[in-house]
Design a protein. Structure first.
Length: 332
């Protein structure tokens, strides 16, 4: 049996969205507050699987760290660090590249989406991404990983790598990690297209709410969000074929910390002309303090770097002995 430990990461590949907040950050803070052992990481090695301007990458790494802190991650109770500062991640990823099979990687829908028609010309790192993700998690022998729904397939691959490593070397060294995909907003969709997930890499800024948006921008984006002309139904069943409406209900539920059922019960029969301003008000109420705190933290990049440096030392103290065991197990 393995000691319960939680690990998760976020890429500094752009500004944080409401999807990242509801699907990840808010949950990270809740798990920390429940007294779990929590290890959280800004995953810059993942970000460079697609081109990142170096100066922007440095800035965004600090901004993501600020978003963690502003969302309630306490660097005394959680370990918060930047992936490239703990070399165990890259070292273990190489070993996992030799455990995992190429075919497993080609099956990943995120690879197919991101590589598009030009797969042969995407980076080798983009293909091997899940192997680095497995290393992130298993360097801490983490038992649970809170993520949004989009990461479910990658988590399954982490489990496959742990199982194959244990089997190949005849050990019970790595846990078979469980995903924690819970809550009303595990898959926040684009505000312009209810069939696409809200993403920091979507070219349209109108498709997402950024954690750096001010109150006016948030209200304007929600007002313009795509919907249909029907009023809200009185049960969730009535939202089955209305993805945009369902998405706004899920966002409301996620922000309010209630079940989507409670939201439709409260707004049954309401038009979007009524619901949208209420949603905008709630979004501003919940996000404005986070934005303000991020802005305050970003005034002092040296302090953010100090917190990340301290976190890296504490992360290394867990991951290095795990790596030493792995080298011993593999005969290196
Ligand atoms: P992105 O997908 O925005 O590029 P990451 O891949 O760094 O961001 O994901 C960081 C975390 O945020 C992951 O746990 C991911 O599952 C979660 N996440 C990302 N987008 C969404 C979304 N639209 N809804 C819910 N969770 C999301
Ligand atoms: Na993602």
């Amino acid at each position: 049996t393995f000691t319960p430990r939680i690990f998760s990461g976020i890429q500094p590949s752009g500004g944080m969205t409401l999807g990242n907040y509801l699907g990840a950050l808010k949950r990270f803070a809740e798990l920390q507050d429940r007294g779990q052992e929590t290890v959280y990481c800004v995953v810059d090695l993942h970000a460079i699987t697609v081109w990142q301007d170096p100066e922007r990458l440095t800035h965004q790494t600090r901004e993501i760290a600020a978003a963690f802190l502003a969302s309630g991650i306490d660097p005394k109770r959680s370990i918060l660090f930047n992936q490239s500062q703990v070399s165990a991640h890259a070292e273990l990823a190489w070993i996992f590249n030799c455990v995992a099979r190429i075919g497993w990687m080609y099956r990943m829908t995120q690879f197919k989406d991101k590589a598009g028609k030009n797969a042969e010309n995407s980076s080798l790192g983009l293909l091997a991404y899940p192997s680095l993700m497995a290393a992130d998690i298993l360097a801490y022998r983490a038992t649970h990983v809170p993520v949004g729904e989009d990461q479910k397939q990658h988590l399954e691959l982490t489990r496959d790598i742990a199982i194959k490593f244990n089997h190949d070397y005849g050990v019970n060294f790595f846990p078979v990690t469980e995903p924690l995909i819970e809550g009303a907003a595990t898959r926040v969709m684009s505000l312009r297209d209810g069939t696409k997930k809200m993403s920091k890499s979507d070219p349209s800024d109108q498709s997402r709410i950024n954690l750096t948006d001010d109150a006016d921008a948030i209200a304007q984006k929600i007002r313009k969000a795509k919907t249909d002309p029907e009023p809200l139904p009185d049960t969730l069943d009535g939202l089955k074929d209305r993805p945009e409406a369902r998405n706004l209900v899920n966002i409301y539920a996620g922000l309010a910390g209630v079940a989507p059922e409670a939201v439709v019960a409260e707004f049954a029969g309401a038009q979007f002309g009524t619901f949208k301003p209420r949603l905008a008000e709630l979004a501003v109420e919940k996000l404005a303090p986070i934005t303000a705190e991020m802005n305050r933290l970003m005034q002092d990049p040296g302090e953010i770097d100090r917190i990340l440096g301290d976190g890296a030392d504490r992360a290394d103290a867990i991951a290095r002995p795990v790596l030493e065991d792995v080298y011993r197990i593999t005969g290196m």
